[in-house]
Design a protein around this ligand. Structure first.
Ligand code: ATP
Ligand code: MG
Length: 328
């Protein structure tokens, strides 16, 4: 079957103080229908920017400079903006924003915001939209009377659920969930994970899961891309990435060598050295100053993402060199 989404050579920049910096720098990946594709990596590596690029919800100082985003056979970057708004946004691709507090308008009741989202994108009557909002709330496990609450009256977990309900309002084909469990206590995190799993398993929803929490990725995702400084450095099935990480960065993230168990609770551990600044891009492999395997070539050239074993991609000269005949 054709992939639901293909991203090719995507490059997104921000202009700050008259200077344009590249934050997503040549990202390529594909995802299949009905699957959950995770994007993981340290804070600031460009995960949200990648998600916002796909949903076409970038802030005004951002530009997509090159690449393709082909969704269901259509290159979204070739579409007119009003066409995208009318046909794709929320109906086909929706987003659960990072930080549910700031995603809602604080002075409007959450129910009214969901009704507004439905009636804005579809020709539904207000009463039909309110009925749908009630159903969505019960689907995400919030009682209907909470529709009358203001955002600050909901707990963090409830707000996240309400955000997920809003993203599901028009039954989109693809939901991009940006850090849906971050900042919630462990018990509430588990409930949100359960809810997202239900969306995937019972409703067959396709999802891009953005998270810096690898245990969430391990629990929910089928495929995973590890990002470092605006690029994907490793990509493959969750089983392979967690069972046999290939990139030195992924190995550090998992805090162990091959064999890191999926069931183990793993959060990003501190990695010695500074994450790179986008203002002063590093020559060669961006991870080289923090990499204990860095070779001369790593300081000079940028490695390409290559298929190391079937369906498992890595961009690393050291891995290519040490793998002998395995490398393609
Ligand atoms: N509107 C903006 N203008 C300028 N720079 C921005 C803007 N938004 C993000 N950035 C910068 O782009 C880089 C990537 O940010 P992004 O939010 O995509 O990272 P992230 O991986 O989602 O991080 P986190 O895990 O903290 O959410 C960071 O250096 C950030 O400071
Ligand atoms: Mg983010």
């Amino acid at each position: 079957m054709a992939p639901l989404l293909t991203v090719e050579g995507l490059r997104t920049t921000y202009t700050v103080g008259g200077r344009e910096v590249t934050v997503v720098n040549g990202v390529d990946f594909q995802m299949e229908r009905g699957k959950t594709f995770a994007i993981a990596g340290e804070s600031g590596c460009g995960k949200t920017t990648l998600g916002l690029s796909i949903a076409q919800l970038l802030p005004s100082n951002a530009r997509i400079r090159s690449g393709k985003i082909v969704f269901d056979g259509v290159d979204l970057l070739q579409m007119r903006e009003d066409d995208f708004r009318r046909r794709i946004r929320w109906k086909k691709i929706s987003m659960v924003f990072q930080g549910s507090m700031s995603a809602f308008n604080p002075v409007i009741r959450v129910g009214d915001q969901i009704v507004e989202a439905i009636t804005h994108h579809e020709t539904a009557s207000k009463s039909a939209a309110r009925e749908r909002a009630s159903k969505l709330f019960s689907a995400v496990g919030i009682s209907e009377n909470r529709l009358y609450s203001y955002p600050h009256e909901l707990s963090g977990g409830m707000r996240e659920r309400a955000m997920i309900a809003m993203a599901l309002a028009s039954s989109p084909d693809l939901v991009i969930a940006d850090e849906p469990t971050t900042g919630l206590d462990v018990l509430v995190q588990a409930q949100i994970i359960g809810l997202l799993r239900k969306l995937r398993d019972d409703l067959g929803r396709s999802m891009i899961l953005i998270s810096h929490d690898l245990s969430v990725v391990a629990e929910l995702a089928d495929e995973c891309a590890i990002m470092y400084a605006g690029r994907i450095v490793e990509m493959g099935s969750v089983r392979r990435i967690f069972g046999n990480p290939l990139h030195p960065y992924t190995m550090k993230l998992l805090g162990a060598f091959p064999g890191a168990r999926l069931e183990k609770r793993i959060t990003l551990v501190g990695i010695p050295g500074e994450p790179p600044s986008f203002l002063n891009p590093i020559t060669g492999c961006r991870f080289n100053p923090r990499c204990e395997h860095a070779m001369e070539v790593c300081r000079r050239e940028e490695p390409r993402l290559v298929e190391f074993e079937r369906g498992h991609f890595v961009s690393c000269f050291w891995r290519e060199e040490t793998s002998g005949d395995n490398t393609r």
